[in-house]
Design a protein around this ligand. Structure first.
Ligand code: PMP
Length: 441
């Protein structure tokens, strides 16, 4: 008889098989399926602080944090208490509450460009509604977006560049008719010349330009200051609204969001509208869009732009978001988070340099990106020149060591206030082990 050499059964594998029978790809959002990197997704059993445990009981240092919301780490006591208290008072009413007013007041106080705000349940909904409002408020149809920026999966935004600036986009998803994206023009990020040409050609018909100011959906790419300055100037000149998608960066890169980072370099800088999500819900389904009073007053029931939601301003979600926003306002919060995040990026970069592996990274506040490239890319096409098999080897080596990075090379990473110096040190040590092993080559 042969001894039984089969590896012990993995509950992650078993769950994935079960999931795939009933849920397309076994997941409820595509990137979770590990399609790009291969292997079995980790089914999360529970999370606490900077860690989560998978279905096999293995612990990981979590650098995704639910793709951004968990800025305090998992299970922060003040947030837990607020949510538990709210739960006992009712899950949803479909009628206004005091907490919605409090959350609106908090957002408006912390982001000076926002004079009025509406709460919704997801970033997709917020982005889609902001664009409808921009179109309604300007009476124009066309929108400008940038390649590599993601603003949720509304039909008009699932689009790639057409051929040349005179032609509008092509759908990137089946099920989106070409007519639906015919008003969306897709431009290269950080390309000032193209931006100027696009406005010269179409400026008078553009309702809004929507941008991730620090793009987290092509890993981590900052809009350069001159590029952002031109975005602002051209929108003003042509009467288009500048819409900042801060779903990821809002309350993540700084208390005032990415707009406060640009305002340091561009005096008086403000977007006309802002889209928020992730951190403002602290892990509950909550998002928002806001802007100037004149624009926001165009929304129903005041104005003629329709938008609504059964669960909008949900009492449990607003409790979670408010408790989260109160914690991040404590003195020194972003300084400490920024410092910890920088120490991760500089540690990884030094580990790469020691082994002669091309590696670079960048961060702002608690958001970071790293690249297996010699220098920081400025646009999506350059991000995608990354050696993806090398990224996949790195990803799996780190996963085996108990470090959970995003399972795709075009996603940003997140550090929370719960990550300790020891967590960073053990992450860097794991990266160093990989870079100095033959597997990295
Ligand atoms: N905008 C940005 C910048 C995002 O990163 C995301 C989601 N990652 C969205 C919009 C969409 O948000 P949601 O997944 O909550 O619909």
């Amino acid at each position: 008889e042969q001894p039984n050499t089969k590896p012990p059964a993995s509950r992650n594998d078993a769950l994935f098989e079960r999931a795939k029978k009933l849920i397309p790809g076994g997941v409820n959002s595509p990137v979770r399926a590990f399609k790009a990197v291969g292997g079995t997704p980790r089914f999360v059993q529970r999370a606490q602080g900077a860690y989560f445990w998978d279905a096999d009981g293995k612990r990981y240092i979590d650098y995704i944090g639910s793709w951004g919301p968990m800025i305090l780490g998992h299970g922060h006591p003040a947030v837990l208490e607020a949510v538990q208290k709210a739960l006992l008072e009712g899950f949803s009413y479909g009628a206004p509450t005091e907490r919605e007013v409090e959350l609106a007041e908090e957002i408006v106080r912390l982001m000076p460009s926002i004079e009025m705000v509406r709460l919704v349940s997801s970033g997709t909904e917020a982005g889609m509604s902001a664009i409808r409002l921009a179109r309604g408020a300007t009476g124009r149809s066309k929108i400008l977006k940038f390649e590599g920026c993601y603003h949720g999966h509304a039909d008009a935004l699932l689009v790639k560049a057409g051929s040349g600036l005179a032609t509008f986009g092509n759908p990137t998803s089946a099920g989106v008719p070409p007519e639906v994206v015919q008003h969306t023009l897709v431009l290269e990020y950080n390309n000032v010349t193209q931006l100027e040409e696009a406005f010269a050609l179409h400026g008078a018909e553009v309702a809004c330009l929507i941008i991730e100011p620090i793009a987290g959906n092509m890993n981590f790419v900052r809009a350069s200051v001159p590029f952002m300055k031109r975005c602002r100037e051209l929108c003003t000149q042509y009467g288009a609204l500048l819409v900042f998608d801060e779903v990821m960066t809002g309350f993540r890169v700084a208390l005032g969001g990415a707009q406060s980072v640009y305002a340091k370099s561009i005096p008086g800088f403000k977007p006309d509208m802002t889209v928020l999500g992730k951190v403002i819900g602290g892990g509950m389904p909550l998002a928002a869009f806001g802007g100037t009073r004149a624009v926001m007053e165009q929304l129903a029931p005041m104005g003629s732009v329709y938008q609504a939601g059964t669960l909008s301003g949900n009492p449990v979600a607003t409790a979670c978001g408010l408790a989260t926003l109160r914690e991040v306002q404590k003195p020194g919060f972003y300084e400490a988070l920024g410092e910890r995040t920088r120490s991760l990026v500089s540690g990884l970069t030094a580990a790469g340099a020691k082994s002669g592996v091309p590696f670079c990274g960048d961060s702002e506040g608690g958001m970071f990106g790293f690249f297996l490239l010699g220098q920081l890319p400025q646009n999506y096409a350059t991000v995608m020149t990354t050696d993806s098999p090398a990224f996949n080897r790195f990803f799996h080596a780190m996963l085996d060591s108990g470090v959970y990075y995003a399972p795709a090379l075009y996603e940003a990473g997140f550090v929370s206030a719960a990550h300790t110096a020891e967590d960073i040190a053990s992450t860097v040590a794991a990266a160093h082990d990989f870079f100095s092993s033959p597997a990295s080559k």
